[in-house]
Ligand binder design. Structure first.
Ligand code: URA
Length: 466
């Protein structure tokens, strides 16, 4: 019998080193006891043989490493043994990772999925509360993960909240960031974490403002935000009342639905500010991983004109503002020629993180796919709900997809008003970077003039709808 002592429940490196040696020595999975720290590994208490040292090796696919790196954080005590058994089978059958029907692979895959879900929930549901610490501020959050994910998730919080001093307390372990270094401490209890602060009031009023009774789907809401997390979410205290009042409010909304386009802005600065703050931490699709920051919309909240671009480019990603690079400069010039004041328009993007491919040191723009546009509509829809502009203009195909919820052909859609569900008037035109890419100078000039004409017509429509 071999005994492997791992230093912690999430000791992936310890498991990997031991498993490699054991698999090379062809040790049978049934002959290994996996133990964490000094806890009793089996009932017989024998010291067991240490794992053999590995020499040479065999390679496993990246897919297995990724799977193991997630599954190993599961709470299931059998995870080390299951992963080792899978590793042994891969040694003899490298194609096994493709066999989605294999029962062992399916079981390990289910562990990995549960862990990834838990990681996502922690990212979505950690809510920091402000506490004073001498002259300084610290933000403290309480979270109860289902699996051993806290260390694995620490990097995410460091990147997202690099400028804050914060602690995340969990029953097993606490992690602390002082602005420079991450440290660990013992587990804590809920009573160790503070219970509400001034930021919470703002967050609650934002949540209540964006809660749309007509879109209430309690099933979907519970699966996205399971009840067990509600205790730690300030906004959750509002949910029962909001749900109870939803039918009444929906009926009132129908009765008072505007017959004409919505009449201007809601009282919304706080809601917009809270939405922007939340979007800064967006992880709804993988694009946040490579981007410098979320580039949120900007402009007056009572702007009658609302422009949607595609996604931030290289310069926007660095500056944190939409349309400031070459396409933005062309856009500004075209607006000026059309007599539309950009400072009176709200400008945002369908996708709020820069999608690119690295070529050497250069970041080359890549078009966002339908899934990324859909994930990011979460923010766009709320920007539209808060601002309630009279006119919404989609610049290019990605923006049109985001505005209309389906793909359209620009040449067939441009130049005419479209009635949007919100009551606003929608327009589709080309994206300024399309004009920058046209190789033929005469064609580029012609297309630019058409773009300016459309902007002029849209600007006049905006004035007429006031
Ligand atoms: N292109 C866009 O669509 N948006 C920007 O913000 C910049 C370039």
């Amino acid at each position: 019998m071999h005994r492997v002592v791992l230093i912690a429940p999430d000791d992936f490196e310890g498991w990997r080193d031991a498993a490699r040696g054991l698999a090379m020595a062809r040790v049978d999975p049934a002959d290994i006891v996996w133990q964490i720290g000094d806890s009793p590994g089996d009932l017989f208490g024998d010291a067991g043989l240490p794992p053999p040292r590995s020499s040479g090796g065999f390679s496993v696919s990246r897919a297995f490493i990724d799977l193991a790196q997630s599954a190993l954080f599961h709470r299931d005590p059998e995870r080390f043994a299951l992963l080792y058994a899978l590793l042994c089978r891969l040694r003899d059958r490298p194609g096994l990772m493709e066999d989605k029907a294999d029962p062992l692979l399916r079981r390990v895959d289910a562990l990995a999925k549960a862990v990834r879900r838990d990681i996502h929930k922690m990212r979505a549901f950690v809510r920091f509360r402000e506490v004073g610490e001498g002259d300084a501020l610290r933000f403290v959050a309480w979270f109860e993960p289902e699996h051993h994910i806290v260390r694995a998730n620490a990097g995410f919080f460091v990147r997202r909240f690099a400028a804050m001093r914060w602690s995340i307390l969990t029953p097993e372990l606490s992690i602390h960031w002082d602005g420079e270094a991450l440290s660990e401490g013992p587990g804590a209890t809920r009573q160790d974490a503070p219970d509400g602060d001034p930021v919470e009031a703002l967050w609650k009023s934002y949540y209540a403002a964006i809660f749309n009774p007509a879109r209430l789907k309690t099933g979907a809401m519970l699966s996205e935000m399971p009840k067990k997390y509600w205790r730690n979410l300030p906004e959750a205290a509002l949910i029962p009342d909001l749900v109870a009042g939803a039918q009444r409010r929906e009926a009132a909304m129908i009765a008072t639905a505007p017959k004409a386009p919505p009449a201007g802005p809601t009282n919304s600065a706080a809601a917009w500010g809270a939405l922007r703050t939340e979007a800064m931490r967006c992880t709804r699709c993988p694009l946040h991983q490579g981007a410098t920051q979320t580039v949120f919309g900007e402009g007056p909240l009572n702007a009658p004109l609302f422009f949607i671009g595609e996604q931030p480019g290289d310069q926007e990603d660095l500056a944190g503002r939409p349309f400031v690079g070459p396409a933005g400069q062309l856009f500004d010039a075209a607006l000026a020629e059309a007599g539309v004041d950009r400072t009176r328009a709200y400008v945002t993007n369908a996708v709020k993180h820069f999608k690119y491919e690295l070529r050497g040191k250069r970041r080359i723009h890549q078009t966002p796919d339908a899934g990324e546009v859909q994930a990011c509509r979460w923010w766009l829809t709320q920007e539209l709900d808060i601002l309630r502009p009279r006119l919404v203009v989609a610049l290019g195909a990605t923006a049109a997809r985001a505005m209309l919820g389906k793909a359209v052909t620009i040449s067939r859609t441009r130049g005419q008003p479209i009635a949007l569900d919100s009551g606003a008037e929608g327009w589709v035109t080309v994206h300024p970077s399309y004009l920058l890419r046209l190789p033929d100078a005469a064609k580029a000039a012609e297309e630019r003039a058409r773009f300016v004409d459309e902007l002029r017509m849209i600007g006049e429509r905006a004035k007429a709808l006031v």
